[in-house]
Design a protein around this ligand. Structure first.
Ligand SMILES: Nc1ncnc2c1ncn2[C@@H]1O[C@H](COP(=O)(O)OP(=O)(O)OP(=O)(O)O)[C@@H](O)[C@H]1O
Length: 230
């Protein structure tokens, strides 16, 4: 469903990612891993189109989408939860979720119950301002907003980063629940926790110094330890 080959992505003159080649198949959870600063978020931004790749190809369901804007990619089924979440702090939880629904062209005035089923905390807080939520709740809201648009491909950039340790498991459980309920949804997940990645991923890519240096259906300890800094 998604295939990138040799994507080159960076900021202005500085090239950060040099061979961003990866594939996410329908219904797969693919984990993109690697130490801090190796270029994972930059590659994901190139895939979403937030940064425009300077080289390489990007295909979605067999069609080249390298030229299409992030809004167009969203319309075609890309959901993106960036690092830092970027929810609307002055809008209520409900309003944030409605924005997610609208981004898919749906004109709905109420949030469908199935979204709250994934995030019971958000249901209780639906009239609270996004900015008043805890970090973990904001992360749930960011994931909920992306899911509300009914994506075919969900891009999650380190969803447990900066979350209180006792809440991390809740976010992980939510992602596992989404995987088990939405069998056709493909997920590309940037993840630092090897344990969680092993639990959820069908396939792994590891980056080092702007390049994909490992891929496989399992994380073999002796091959990957040094790349993950564990
Ligand atoms: N807005 C920016 N402008 C210029 N350089 C940037 C920008 N954002 C990131 N970089 C640089 O790109 C490199 C890769 O960063 P990136 O965020 O993609 O790494 P990462 O693997 O996702 O790491 P982390 O887990 O710390 O987020 C780093 O050297 C970083 O300094």
């Amino acid at each position: 469903m998604l295939k990138s080959t040799n994507l080159e992505v960076g900021y202005g003159e500085s090239v950060v990612v040099r061979n961003g080649s990866l594939e996410v198949k329908k219904g797969q959870v693919v984990c993109l891993m690697g130490r801090n600063g190796v270029g994972k978020s930059t590659l994901m931004k190139g895939i979403m189109g937030v940064l425009k790749p300077t080289q390489g190809h990007l295909y979605y369901n067999g069609e080249s989408i390298i030229e299409s804007l992030p809004t167009k990619r969203a319309h075609r089924g890309f959901g993106y939860v960036p690092q830092g979440r970027e929810i609307f702090g002055t809008l209520t939880v409900q309003e944030n979720l409605l924005i997610g629904l609208e981004s898919n062209g749906t004109k709905q005035k109420t949030v469908p119950e199935w979204i709250y089923d994934y995030f019971p905390d958000l249901k209780e807080m639906k009239n609270r301002k996004g900015g008043d939520l805890s970090g973990g709740q904001q992360q749930q809201l960011a994931i909920g907003r992306a899911l509300a648009a009914n994506p075919n491909l969900l891009l999650l950039d380190e969803p447990t980063e900066g979350i209180q340790p006792n809440i991390v498991a809740d976010i992980q459980d939510i992602i596992e629940n989404i995987k088990s309920k939405q069998k056709d949804l493909s997920i590309l997940l940037i993840e630092q926790s090897v344990d969680f990645a092993r639990r959820i991923a069908d396939y792994y890519y590891i980056m080092d110094n702007g390049k994909i240096v490992y891929e496989g259906g399992e994380l073999k300890e002796k091959d990957t330890q040094h790349l993950l800094g564990i």
